[in-house]
Design a protein around this ligand. Structure first.
Ligand SMILES: C[S@@+](CC[C@H](N)C(=O)[O-])C[C@H]1O[C@@H](n2cnc3c(N)ncnc32)[C@H](O)[C@@H]1O
Length: 268
């Protein structure tokens, strides 16, 4: 099956959650005869995906891990039921295929507040192919959960992006999923922090990544530049999860150290 058809077909399989997409995509990939090996450039977080085949490989290799990391953070830090928000703004920095946003949408549904919440999603990502897939999946999942969603895309690097103008009536979630280890991101954190500071109302920043040396540098800069926040704490854990072995075309298990940072600021 052509690669775009595999993505479309997997998106049609979404009936409950992101996992439907993921599972269907893996099954298509398993059964397909036209795959080559996993390209080594996909190990580089800064690589900008420029082919549909690489987008599929990326999703199979990392999608489930990245989704689970964001879900874990949300379940442990954010209570969306205590004071139900009818309008939420979500900014997904270096969104790739929107995995962090999809985890957030499933989180709303798991807490039974999906249909009462309008979601304004901002995707900032230099890969046009990844953004196209993100928009497809967000629209599909929004339909399944009954979420009123508006999507705004900036197909560019974070250095070129401008944050949406401050909103007075919406909580804003800033999602940094697996981008804090990139040097190009380190270089623009100070500028981003300035823009984030001007976001009024209640703000939450959720950053998650493997606990690598580069990520530690990123978290350090983030803490320094975001010295205006009201609350901040870090979360460390060992995560064991299934990963797909592209050489053996089968599943294996891996354990990695996950590090996360949660921040809160603004007026409630
Ligand atoms: C490891 S992926 C993470 C993608 C997604 N957030 C996730 O959790 O699956 C890193 C993403 O950052 C994007 N990227 C690379 N350089 C960037 C930059 N300078 N500014 C913003 N995004 C960038 C890549 O295209 C890629 O989608």
């Amino acid at each position: 099956m052509p690669f775009q058809r595999q993505i479309d077909s997997a998106s049609h399989a979404i009936n409950n959650s992101f996992f439907d997409y993921y599972q269907h995509l893996v099954n298509c990939f398993d059964q397909s005869s036209n795959h080559s090996t996993f390209a080594s450039h996909l190990f580089d977080p800064a690589h900008i995906i420029d082919s549909t085949y690489d987008a599929i490989c990326y999703m199979i290799a990392y999608g489930w891990q990245h989704y689970q990391s964001m879900q874990h953070l949300l379940h442990n830090t954010i209570d969306v039921t205590s004071e139900i928000q009818h309008s939420i703004r979500l900014i997904d920095y270096g969104s790739g295929q929107g995995i962090a946003t999809l985890a957030f949408m499933d989180y709303l549904a798991q807490n039974r507040v999906a249909s009462t919440t309008a979601l304004e999603v901002h995707l900032i990502e230099p890969s046009k192919i990844s953004v196209g897939i993100a928009v497809l999946l967000i629209k599909k999942l929004a339909k399944v959960h009954g979420i009123a969603v508006s999507i705004h895309c900036q197909i560019c690097t974070l250095g070129q992006a401008s944050l949406p103008s401050p909103s007075t009536n919406k909580e804003t979630f800033h999602l940094l999923s697996n981008i804090i280890d990139m040097h190009t991101v380190h270089e623009v954190i100070a500028e981003l922090a300035l823009q984030m500071k001007s976001c009024s109302n209640q703000n939450f920043l959720l950053a998650t990544s493997h606990n690598t040396l580069d990520a530690q540098v990123g978290y350090h800069i983030l803490r320094q530049e975001m010295d205006f926040v009201d609350h901040s704490y870090e979360d460390f854990r060992n995560v064991t999860c299934p990963v797909y072995d592209f050489d053996k075309l089968s599943w294996t298990s891996t354990t990695f150290k996950q590090r996360a940072l949660i921040m809160q600021w603004g007026t409630s």
